[in-house]
Design a protein around this ligand. Structure first.
Ligand SMILES: [Zn+2]
Length: 253
């Protein structure tokens, strides 16, 4: 099974039925969480995923709408009886702040807390994040208001590739990261410093030569039709608007 599930799709302001953007990569028995908004436990359960199956957490950047759920998520895993390590991947900027946040919660006094294995991702293009049997994830720095990564996920058995921009303005790093991918998941928070409009996301998708564009992290006041039409003015491929719990199946047909 090669799948991406959207656990949240909102920009920084969530709404009823739309949680802050975070997603899940599923590959056979492995489930990899990308960002940790709100408390992912409930959304994982609603998405049919046992939270205890998560062994890997990738954090794209240290903004509250992407990381603020991490301490409660970790606490809940501990209370659920987790013993085995959790691997957490991110830039030095992100991981050092996550560690400081955990110190504020005095997590060292939580008896029998499971090991946290931090893996610092170097701030270079296509840096290796993790490799599992049949799955490879690399990261590139993108252009947001603070150090941020986008990721490229290669499912080796199905030969499918997906890229996720995270929060960024349009940039060549994402074009290269998404080059010839089957799927580009791009933020569409709107044209501003550190962000991208749906039309600009379409331009990035067109330059990268991807097959399908999925718009995410978009404001609640825009309709799906507006977002899609805007992206289509620049992109010839298919455009979709992500909704919470929607999935993309990248398993071999
Ligand atoms: Zn954000």
């Amino acid at each position: 099974m090669d799948q991406i599930i959207f656990l949240g799709t909102a920009n920084a302001i969530p709404a009823i039925g739309r949680e802050n953007t975070h997603l899940l990569i599923r590959h056979n028995q492995e489930s990899i969480l990308v960002d940790c908004a709100s408390n992912p436990i409930v959304h994982l359960q609603r998405g049919g995923v046992n939270p205890e199956q998560i062994n890997h957490l990738i954090l794209t950047h240290f903004h509250p709408d992407h990381v603020s759920g991490a301490p409660l998520f970790l606490m809940d895993l501990w209370l659920l009886g987790r013993k085995r390590p959790l691997f957490i991947y991110g830039l030095e900027h992100t991981l050092s702040r996550l560690q400081a946040m955990m110190e504020l919660y005095d997590w060292r006094t939580w008896p029998g807390f499971f090991p946290l294995e931090y893996r610092v991702i170097p701030e270079v293009e296509k840096a290796k994040v993790l490799t599992l049997d049949g799955l490879e994830i690399v990261a590139s720095p993108v252009k947001h208001l603070l150090p941020t990564i986008g990721i490229r996920i290669s499912f080796n058995h199905s030969q499918k590739v997906a890229a996720y921009s995270s929060d960024t303005e349009p940039c060549e790093e994402v074009v290269r990261l998404a080059k010839d991918a089957d799927v580009l998941i791009h933020e569409a928070a709107g044209r501003s410093i550190g962000h991208t409009s749906s039309r600009q996301a379409g331009e990035v998708a067109q330059k990268a030569g991807v097959k399908r564009l999925y718009l995410i992290h978009y404001p609640a006041n825009l309709t799906k039709d507006e977002l899609i039409q805007d992206a289509r003015t620049a992109f010839e491929g298919e455009v979709f608007v992500c909704e919470d719990f929607m999935g993309i199946d990248l398993t071999e047909e």
